[in-house]
Write a protein that binds this ligand. Structure first.
Ligand code: ADP
Ligand code: MG
Ligand code: MG
Length: 252
């Protein structure tokens, strides 16, 4: 059961169906890319996985190594081993990056157990070194006044420190500049392992030049309509999404 498995997920918002019997399985050790035209439900999927409350889950399951995480609170989902990175991370003035990550780590410990500060900083600095980050960075308030690249750096550091089993990154329509693109892709590539699975959501093929996916899925109208290898992403880049729409319109 070393998989993140989304099974027959049906999700609506204000009575309108968005995800339609959506299924996807990501084994540990693999990077899956989810692509598709705007408005197809990619971000909805990521938000539902994060425990966002605006959406109505009609049916389905999201199994993280066999444990259903649907309906759990965001912190429980994180605790279960899922990390979700979003295009617009929250700003928390007055809370340093170091303390924010420390609180997230503390929340995972059993009642009454405290983080060893010396060991925590040792690990934090070691991770920062391996990600080539300046140590001064951790003293800054979370995302406050950050450039796009700094936000991404902060996100990757959080991801590295939380050591999740699965990472979902919604970079859709983000227009990441080249600096941010490099930071995200180096961070993800650095964290690729047999022990971890990734779902990289992107509207554009560009990110996938840097994070080479094992599997590419094309989503349309709330479900996956095509899966293939990295060449599928290149095909989409040259042909666009119209053929997916046409094919789909013909089928339904
Ligand atoms: P994508 O990320 O693929 O561009 P989204 O998941 O953002 O697609 O949106 C899918 C559909 O759901 C769109 O039609 C969008 O308008 C609708 N939708 C998403 N979130 C909301 C919301 N909070 N309220 C109303 N409609 C929404
Ligand atoms: Mg969109
Ligand atoms: Mg989106």
């Amino acid at each position: 059961m070393n998989t993140l498995e989304i099974k027959n997920l049906n999700v609506s918002i204000d009575g309108q169906a968005i995800l339609k019997d959506f299924s996807l399985t990501i084994p540990k050790g693999e990077v899956h890319a989810l692509m598709g035209p705007n408005g197809t439900g990619k971000s909805t999927l990521a938000k539902v996985m994060a425990g966002h409350e605006d959406y109505t889950v009609e049916s389905g399951e999201i199994l993280l190594d066999g444990e259903n995480i649907l309906g759990k609170e965001a912190d429980e989902i994180s605790h279960a081993g899922l990390f979700l990175a979003f295009q617009y991370p929250m700003e928390i003035p007055g809370v340093s990056i170091a303390n924010f990550i420390r609180a997230a780590r503390q929340a995972r410990l059993p009642e009454g157990e405290d983080i060893n500060a010396v060991e925590y900083y040792k690990e934090l600095y070691a991770k920062m070194d391996s990600l080539k980050m300046d140590r001064k960075f951790t003293a800054r308030s979370l995302n406050e006044g950050f450039s796009g690249g700094e936000k991404k750096r902060c996100e990757i550091l959080q991801m590295a420190m939380l050591d999740p089993k699965y990472c979902v990154m919604d970079e859709t329509d983000s227009g990441l500049d080249i600096d941010a693109l490099r930071i995200v892709s180096e961070g993800v590539n650095h964290m690729r392992s047999e022990e971890r699975g990734f779902l990289v959501i992107t509207h554009y093929q560009r990110l996938l030049d840097y994070i080479v996916p094992d599997v590419v899925h094309v989503m349309y109208d709330g479900r996956i309509v095509h899966s293939g290898d990295k060449e599928l992403a290149k095909e989409l880049e040259s042909k666009g999404y119209d053929w997916v729409k046409e094919e789909f319109a013909g089928a339904s």
